[in-house]
Design a protein around this ligand. Structure first.
Ligand code: ATP
Length: 355
């Protein structure tokens, strides 16, 4: 089922948490809402769910498969939820936790006892935890609880699955494992899912589509590769990974970085650490002088820290074999040449340029 979010605004007192947000969530996809704390992700998810209402009188609408659900309460939207804190019922076994949503349905819609048993068994298989059916939540690990929470959310056969930082409370290794597992699960069931996270790695690895949010608005929507390779704004570029920022200005239609000038023509060149190369002599295009400060060789890439002419720290990540061919040392004067870079102007927008 597709979800259409049209002109949604939300204010809490005088604070505007969402500012005229519109978004199309395609049917069957796994969409991540990605953004820093306070950017409005959870508020948007709650409005889609029907747990929160958008500001009245602004023409905001939510549509499921083209039909408005804005006035439908949460129990009529057929959504399944998973939250950061696995709100499992402590006094019920895993089996009964998953069965809960099926058992409380009105008699006319309720499945038979045998059909419920069959469905719960199927779901336990799907989340690969059949052997834990008779345990209580306190006897499970955090990761197992979240898988059960997901099975419980899926029991009612939701048309939409909403996940709010589902792995937020888990440690890094379990998190990484569970996000691969979630991707695999989604590929099996294809239920339209929206997934809130502030972790860019999680979004890049799991989602079909990423919605980058900032200050109650959407900065960019795109496939992981698209938002990473073609960040529409400076905010997106910075949020999706480490960047080095070089201040310059436009001179004769080209950016120059000979001195620090943040005037009306001020521009910023953003380069990721793995997109910078180190040379002993200046190149013909953009070539930024810097002095090596520290070299860290432990890890999969060599990390070189340098100070540029404005005394700002610059990070360069290069493969070990490239470093071995030119093992620069602290104090050495070098030149940084970007292989790939993006230029942004004062309005946060991207500027195309040719070296
Ligand atoms: P986080 O990752 O920290 O959960 P988020 O992007 O999900 O952040 P929201 O929870 O949507 O952000 O909150 C957006 C803003 O709205 C925040 O500044 C928050 O303090 C504010 N806010 C959210 N709910 C309420 C509320 N019920 N009353 C007042 N302010 C609220």
């Amino acid at each position: 089922m597709s979800i259409t979010i049209q002109n949604i605004s939300k204010t809490f007192g005088s604070f505007q948490a969402l500012n005229n947000v519109s978004l199309e969530v395609p049917s069957g996809g796994l969409t991540a809402l990605l953004g820093p704390s306070g950017s409005g992700k959870t508020t948007l998810l709650r409005i889609v769910a029907g747990l929160e209402s958008a500001d009245a009188g602004t023409g905001g609408k939510i549509l499921f498969d083209g039909l408005p659900v804005t006035d439908n309460p949460v129990n009529r939207r057929q959504v399944g939820f998973v939250f950061q804190h696995y709100a499992l019922f402590r006094h019920l076994t895993v089996f009964e936790n998953i069965a809960f949503g099926l058992r409380v349905k009105p008699r006319a819609e309720r499945l038979s006892r045998d059909a419920i048993r069959e469905r719960v068994t199927e779901l336990l298989k799907l989340v690969q935890l059949e052997q834990l059916a008779q345990r209580f939540p306190a006897q499970l690990s955090g990761g197992q609880r979240q898988r059960i929470a997901l099975a419980r959310a899926l029991a009612i056969q939701p048309k939409v699955l909403l996940l709010d930082e589902p792995f937020g409370a888990l440690d890094a290794q379990v998190r990484a494992e569970l996000r691969r597992w979630l991707r695999h699960l989604h590929d099996t069931i294809h239920v339209t899912s929206i997934f809130v996270t502030h972790d860019q790695e999680e979004a890049l690895e799991v989602a079909d589509s990423i919605v980058v949010m900032n200050k109650g608005g959407i900065e960019q929507v795109g496939a992981p590769n698209e938002v990473f390779q073609n960040p529409a704004t400076e905010f997106v570029m910075k949020f999706l990974g480490d960047v080095n920022v070089f201040h310059g200005r436009i001179h004769n239609d080209a950016p120059v970085f000979t001195d620090e000038l943040k005037d009306a023509n001020g521009v910023r060149l953003l380069v990721r650490p793995h997109d910078l190369t180190v040379q002993l002599y200046p190149g013909t295009g953009i070539s930024l002088p810097a002095q090596v400060y520290r070299v860290l060789t432990a890890g999969p890439l060599v990390k070189i820290e340098l100070l540029n002419s404005q005394n700002n720290l610059v990070q360069v990540h290069i493969p070990h074999d490239v470093y071995q061919a030119m093992p620069v040392k602290p104090g050495q004067q070098v030149y940084l040449v970007p292989k790939e870079s993006r230029l942004y102007g004062n309005g946060n927008e991207r500027i195309e340029y040719v070296i």
